[in-house]
Ligand binder design. Structure first.
Ligand SMILES: Nc1nc2cc3nc(NCCc4ccc(CCO)cc4)[nH]c3cc2c(=O)[nH]1
Length: 376
């Protein structure tokens, strides 16, 4: 890695227990943390214009190396001026490095010590990813934050399998760092592995912090281990991470996951949940979630939630959304994705404000009470 540029920084503002509020300063702007990153897998947050994404208050979005290398390819994105220009988003973009998606999407794949060979889930064509190839692709995409190329083992797995996989990921982290081109305000995050094993997680944190990254992700979770095991793994992992760097929990999660993870020291999140739920008529609200295909909403003229401050709120009733989904109209998933992403951003703003004024524990009690109350 070249050394000359000063890379991105995360600056703390306040803390409440393990929870932190701060700012992530990047080449493409500053993002308050804790933050939730809408998932823009193939250069679009599905069903949303970027004006709609901006209206929710989102500060940073996620893209995927795996999907973009297959289509439209990294070279074409570079020719189109990079992801920011192509998708009309001037804020920071974090791109995942592809390993996880290959394991969960690639039709056929062969993992070796150097990288992974796989077939495209789109047309069966053969492709290769390695720490060097992934880092180069993320450079061509002009990702503000690049992720190290890692291997995320499926759970459940034996401690021996987890150790071998984690050690491979640590070797790949060093190669990813070596291949990274440092640029002013850009950064690269290492990814902690080790399943739910304390000793493996400790080894992984040590290995990554010795290499040195602008931020640290906690990988290998949200792969079916359940919330209790995820939280217990966070309990002994986040305190080991540098206090002055951002922490990113990959693939998480539900509103309750976000709250509990922020309280365990996590600053950044991404999850397809709010957008995928939006496409399947599931609306997240302060009172838990509801499915708007349900007949009980057919003549319910209330808004989805009385608290929605996004531009789409108040203009559309539950009855209208119900009709759109029953009719299979594309506006249904579009409006509900907008609503869910706006709710996730509102929740993160609420949590952040409570960290700053030291009332996070009280907010947590209120949120959990309301989520379990059920619909209005
Ligand atoms: N590079 C890298 N990327 C990751 C992405 C992840 N994403 C997850 N979980 C997402 C799980 C997830 C999948 C689908 C849905 C929608 C359900 O309706 C929600 C969550 N875990 C993850 C772990 C890693 C990891 O170790 N390394």
């Amino acid at each position: 890695m070249t050394e000359q540029a000063t890379k991105m920084t995360w600056v703390p503002e306040a803390a409440c227990g393990q929870a932190r509020a701060g700012h992530l300063h990047t080449r493409h702007g500053t993002v308050p943390t804790p933050t939730f990153m809408p998932v823009g897998t193939v250069g679009t947050v599905k069903g949303m214009t970027m004006d709609a994404v901006r209206s929710t208050g989102a500060g940073i979005v996620l893209g995927n190396t795996y999907h973009l290398m297959l289509r439209p390819t990294a070279d074409r994105v570079q020719k189109l001026g990079g992801l920011h220009k192509m998708m009309d988003w001037s804020g920071p973009i974090l791109t995942d490095s592809g390993g996880f998606q290959v394991m969960s999407l690639g039709a056929l794949r062969k993992l070796d010590q150097d990288g992974v060979t796989f077939q495209s889930h789109i047309d069966g064509s053969k492709h290769r990813l390695s720490p060097e190839i992934s880092t180069d692709i993320q450079y061509k995409l002009d990702a503000t934050i690049s992720m190290a190329f890692d291997e995320c083992p499926a759970l459940p797995a034996t401690p021996e399998t987890l150790r071998k996989s984690m050690e491979l990921s640590m070797r790949w982290a060093a190669r990813s760092r070596e291949a990274f081109t440092a640029r002013e305000g850009y950064g690269q995050f290492g990814i902690v592995q080790g399943g739910t094993e304390r000793d493996l997680r400790e080894y992984s944190v040590k290995a990554l912090t010795e290499i040195g990254f602008e931020g640290y992700a906690i990988g290998g979770l949200a792969v079916g281990e359940g919330q209790e095991l995820m939280f217990s793994t966070l309990d002994f992992t986040t305190p080991l991470l540098p206090q002055d760097k951002a922490r990113y929990l990959m693939g998480v999660g539900t509103p309750d996951d976000l709250l509990g993870s922020v309280m365990r020291g996590v600053d950044m999140f991404d999850c397809v949940m709010p957008s995928r739920a939006g496409r399947t008529a599931r609306a997240y609200t302060e009172r838990g979630y509801i499915n708007l295909r349900n007949a009980r909403f057919a003549e319910d003229t209330r808004p989805i939630t009385p608290h929605d401050d996004s531009p789409m709120a108040d203009r559309y009733t539950r009855a209208y959304l119900h009709h759109l989904f029953r009719a299979g109209e594309m506006l249904g998933p579009m409006l509900l994705t907008w609503h869910n992403l706006a709710y996730y951003q509102r929740l993160m703003r609420q949590i952040r404000a409570a960290i700053v004024d030291g009332t996070l524990n009280e907010l947590a009690i209120k949120l959990r009470e309301d989520w379990s109350k059920g619909d209005w």
